[in-house]
Design a binder for this molecule. Structure first.
Ligand SMILES: Nc1ncnc2c1ncn2[C@@H]1O[C@H](COP(=O)(O)OP(=O)(O)O)[C@@H](O)[C@H]1O
Ligand SMILES: [Mg+2]
Length: 299
């Protein structure tokens, strides 16, 4: 994560340089100095000076240079974070970032505050962290683009999650409220809660019923399947209500493998309740219920 004290010290022209690199990284892995000057609109001595401090703060990295002495610069994760964070601050989505809420497989999540003092969660999608093969296999929407960059993958992931959250929130599924997104970063409502894995359940049956009801609404009203549902992606609030998080890999119910994903989600949840000595319902009845083929759920 970007060091926030560094972020606060960045000036408008620093962002001008970061933006110029971002723009030209569509064409180069490392952006040549001349292009940084041209696209930032800054004087060359100004650019050289700022590159030094941006590199020191690890917002940029330099190519090692080839025989012709070609040198260029590319954004680091921190540099990309800085651009997204600046946009979100300028648009009034967040004002401050606090402690880490969780470091998952594919994201870093922090608590944050809006300018009005409302608590938010801010999620930085980090797709380059897992092997490319793995993301490639899991995420159909990048399958046709072989040389996709970590920035682009992470941005698509945040956009996908944001649009799914909008659909789900409107359909009445228990999800965090989507607030804003920029590049690979998503701002949403903060949930005070414990992951189902670690939650002490007073009565497992009502929670299981509520999870299955949410899977049903997700399927029937939002036309979606979570497809990474697990006891880590369900948060239980102190009042016993729950929220389902982590939606970037959700698929439409029209997806050719939709029923396999749905079944896997349901099996994960049933296994979790079996471990917690909860009910062990019949899989076919559960699947018929969540897909709307049956109105009754027998627990
Ligand atoms: N809206 C939120 N409010 C509170 N905590 C959250 C929120 N979203 C995520 N978290 C925490 O951050 C962790 C990682 O987030 P998640 O969306 O599951 O990403 P991933 O598992 O892909 O890294 C979660 O397990 C949870 O503990
Ligand atoms: Mg998760």
């Amino acid at each position: 994560m970007l060091l926030l004290n560094k972020f606060r010290l960045l000036e408008k022209d620093d962002f001008g340089i970061l933006s110029a690199i971002e723009l030209r990284m569509k064409h180069h892995e490392y952006v040549p100095l001349e292009e940084m000057i041209k696209f930032s609109g800054l004087r060359s001595d100004e650019v050289t000076f700022r590159i030094r401090s941006l590199s020191r703060d690890r917002l940029l990295t330099k190519s090692t240079g080839d025989q012709q002495g070609y040198q260029g610069y590319s954004l680091t994760t921190f540099g990309y974070d800085a651009l997204a964070l600046r946009a979100l601050v300028l648009s009034g989505a967040v004002e401050a970032i606090g402690k880490s809420l969780g470091v998952g497989k594919e994201a870093d999540v922090y608590d944050a505050l809006s300018p009005g003092g409302k608590r938010r969660a801010i999620k930085f999608h980090r797709l380059g962290r897992v092997s490319f093969r793995q993301t490639h296999r899991k995420r159909g929407y990048i399958a046709d683009r072989p040389h996709i960059s970590w920035q682009y993958q992470s941005r698509l992931s945040a956009e996908k999650e944001y649009s799914s959250l909008e659909t789900l929130y409107a359909a009445g599924v228990s999800v965090p409220k989507p607030i804003a997104h920029n590049r690979h970063v998503l701002v949403m409502g903060l949930i005070e809660g414990t992951e189902l894995k670690f939650a002490e359940l007073r009565g497992p049956k009502p929670i299981l019923r509520e999870i299955l009801r949410n899977i049903k609404v997700t399927h029937q009203k939002a036309g979606l399947i979570h497809s990474d549902l697990s006891e880590y992606n369900i948060l239980i609030k102190p009042n016993g209500r729950l929220l389902i998080i982590d939606w970037p890999q959700s698929v439409s119910t029209d997806h050719p493998n939709a029923q396999d994903y749905l079944k896997r989600d349901v099996l994960n949840i049933l296994a979790c309740f079996r471990r917690k000595a909860g009910p062990e319902p019949d899989l076919d009845n559960v699947l018929a219920y969540v897909t709307g083929k049956s109105r009754t759920l027998i627990l």
